[in-house]
Write a new protein. Structure first.
Length: 368
């Protein structure tokens, strides 16, 4: 009797466990139903470009003379005006170069004095009709040449002496050549803007800008009165866009703000990077751009088509079958609790789809 009771209990327990397992398997087989509400909103079909914020113009500041940076008059982040002093460059000279420059001045001065004496003597002879006008003209021309050579030699010496050991030259700086040469030692701002970066330190050597050398970049300036976007568009989208299109600019640093603008440039030639061809684009940003900073990451929507105030559902709720489109609504009387309803759809941005006919605002549909 006791053995029979034990057998009955075991059978009941096994039956209960089997029933629980069956119910769990049925529950797992029923997919989770997700419902969404039909809402009014905006649909924008756009090409997306990724890039960064750039200023209206940038300028690298370089020196026309070689030497050493004595001091800076502006630092990174400072606002500067066109013509404002930025840095002072002093040329470096060896003792031999100074000796050569001083001898060059003496030689040029001797030739200048000689040309003056010759011209004075010829003018005296001309009063007695002993020389021709051509000889006078030739002497005047030579005097002008020697004056220019003297001015140039003196200017070179002034600049070398200015830079040697930080000493100040003592000669009278009245010639145009001297003033120009000494003026080259002061680097002035070519634009109104801000200092983006100071690229060397005080005491650094400077290579001058010339036809043979690019020169040392002392500073980088930017005109930030107007900011714009620079980025890339995939080659599959470039045929869809054109200059003058409206743009929406989304900056990572300001996720709640949408900046507007206009597409101003599309590169005529694509660039292949990692097997993908992209085309560079630029867009001017409208309105107040003072909060934007150079180099901020940004995306631009190049608006191809836009609808506002239309009924929308998530793209995942729409069923495309041949030439027809449907959504599913909850209906307990339908097989599986889902009733397929035909709808007419319009614009889609890949995330939400416009519903033209077949649904009403506030109605719920099922996601697939």
């Amino acid at each position: 009797m006791r053995k029979a009771i034990i057998i009955i209990v075991v059978v009941v327990v096994v039956a209960i466990l089997a029933l629980i397992a069956y119910q769990q398997s049925r529950t797992a087989a029923v997919p989770e139903v997700r419902m969404v509400t039909v809402q009014r909103g905006a649909i924008t079909k756009a090409v997306v470009a990724t890039g960064e914020i750039r200023p209206l113009a940038e300028a690298e500041v370089k020196s026309r003379i070689g030497g050493v940076v004595r001091r800076f008059f502006a630092e990174e982040g400072d606002a500067v005006a066109k013509g404002q002093r930025l840095a002072e460059i002093v040329p470096t000279a060896t003792p031999e170069e100074l000796v050569y420059a001083r001898e060059a001045v003496k030689t040029a001065k001797y030739r200048l004095d000689q040309s003056r004496r010759i011209l004075n003597r010829l003018e005296s002879l001309a009063e007695k009709d002993l020389v021709s006008d051509a000889e006078i003209d030739e002497a005047e021309t030579q005097l002008s040449i020697d004056e220019a050579r003297y001015d140039a030699a003196l200017a070179e010496l002034e600049v070398l002496e200015e830079g040697s050991a930080g000493a100040k030259a003592t000669r009278d700086r009245t010639t145009a050549s001297t003033a120009s040469a000494l003026g080259d030692m002061i680097i002035a701002s070519p634009i109104n803007g801000i200092v983006l970066s100071r690229n060397v330190d005080e005491g650094s050597s400077v290579i001058p800008l010339s036809s043979a050398y690019g020169g040392t970049s002392l500073m980088t300036l930017a005109d930030v009165s107007s900011m714009h976007f620079e980025g890339d568009v995939d080659e599959s989208d470039v045929a869809k866009i054109s200059e003058g299109m409206a743009t929406k600019v989304f900056v990572d640093a300001f996720p709640e703000t949408v900046f507007t603008g206009v597409l101003t440039k599309i590169a005529p030639q694509g660039v292949m990077t990692e097997g993908v061809v992209n085309f560079s684009v630029e867009a001017e940003i409208d309105g107040d751009t003072s909060v934007l900073r150079t180099g901020m990451s940004a995306d631009v929507q190049l608006v191809l088509e836009e609808r506002t105030g239309v009924l929308t559902v998530p793209e995942g709720a729409v069923i495309y079958q041949a030439d027809s489109t449907f959504v599913e609504v909850s209906d307990e009387t339908a097989q599986g609790g889902r009733l397929r309803t035909p709808v007419e759809v319009g614009l889609s941005d890949g995330i939400r789809t416009e519903v033209i006919k077949g649904l009403e605002e506030g109605q719920t549909v099922l996601l697939q």
